[in-house]
Design a protein around this ligand. Structure first.
Ligand SMILES: NC(=O)c1ccc[n+]([C@@H]2O[C@H](COP(=O)([O-])OP(=O)(O)OC[C@H]3O[C@@H](n4cnc5c(N)ncnc54)[C@H](O)[C@@H]3O)[C@@H](O)[C@H]2O)c1
Length: 252
């Protein structure tokens, strides 16, 4: 077993990458709290993990609300007496791509509030709970922190911020033995990319953006999350790990 009862919170735990990560962490010996804004999907995610025979709870959270994130962390410490792993993974992609001059300001602000503020709140609340015992914080960035696409400026801004916050938080929290790392996935086969599935041409282009011409699976990301959260990664800190089949490494 990779873990020995470590307590892990996974935000966005109802979604593709969150569910796969929660299930893998639980199967490797962690006690997991699936957290999401969607209670039906969150309960279903937890039930699937429970049915597989692993320890899991669901807790509703809105990561745009700091009080809600603090209550989530409190739930973890009230339930299990500790928090060891915080996976700040909740996020959205686009509510309709628009060029930066036409995009409603509210669209920009919503993206930042979920993808950027949500990660900051998770780091802050988790750090307070971990500062006596140490721990690991894993954040979900994206290849879009490194390469640009048209009409997605808010997403790029939010994910570049996640990479920056990962470095800054790792530096500040090192003295508490808290590591802060990130995963930066390429295109992964989850509900997040549903808007692109309808158009075969667009979908093919997205697949071809990867060296082996295929989307990644949530499980492929989960494997890296579990590694980064474990002691096997004890000398890895402050960096984001690309999990993208080389998508950010070649000219298209
Ligand atoms: N799928 C991809 O291609 C891809 C690529 C790079 C990065 N990512 C990132 O991975 C993370 C997970 O995405 P996914 O692909 O699993 O998508 P997903 O849509 O399957 O899951 C996202 C989850 O986040 C939850 N969520 C949204 N807003 C929330 C809020 N305010 N509070 C709490 N939960 C909230 C949703 O309910 C959903 O369950 C996101 O941060 C996303 O940006 C995904």
């Amino acid at each position: 077993m990779r873990f020995n009862g470590e307590v892990a919170v996974v935000t966005g735990g109802a979604g593709g990458i969150g569910h796969a990560s929660a299930k893998l962490l639980a199967s490797q010996g962690a006690r997991v709290i699936v957290a999401d804004i969607n209670p039906e999907a969150g309960e279903a995610s937890a039930e699937d993990i429970r049915q597989a025979g692993f320890e899991v709870r669901f807790h509703e959270v809105d990561v745009t609300d700091y009080d809600s994130v603090e209550k989530l962390v409190q739930f973890a410490t009230d339930t299990y007496g500790q928090l060891d792993i915080m996976f700040n993974n909740a996020g959205i992609f686009s509510d309709g791509s628009k060029n930066l001059m036409d995009m409603p300001i509210e669209q920009y602000k919503r993206m930042i509030s979920i993808n950027q503020d949500g990660v900051f709140y998770g780091i802050r609340a988790a750090a307070k709970a971990m500062k006596e015992r140490g721990g690991v914080i894993v954040n979900t960035a994206s290849i879009y922190a490194y390469i640009a696409d048209k009409n997605q400026l808010p997403y790029h801004a939010s994910k570049a911020a996640v990479v920056g916050m990962t470095k800054a938080a790792a530096l500040e929290l090192a003295r508490y033995n808290i590591r802060v790392v990130a995963v930066a996935p390429g295109m992964i086969d989850t509900g997040l990319i549903d808007p692109w599935r309808a158009d075969e041409k667009v979908f093919n282009t997205i697949q071809k953006a990867h060296m082996r011409r295929k989307l990644g699976t949530p499980e492929q990301v989960a494997q890296v999350v579990a590694f980064l959260a474990s002691d096997e990664a004890s000398f890895i800190n402050g960096h984001a790990y690309l999990v993208d089949d080389g998508a950010a490494a070649f000219k298209r």
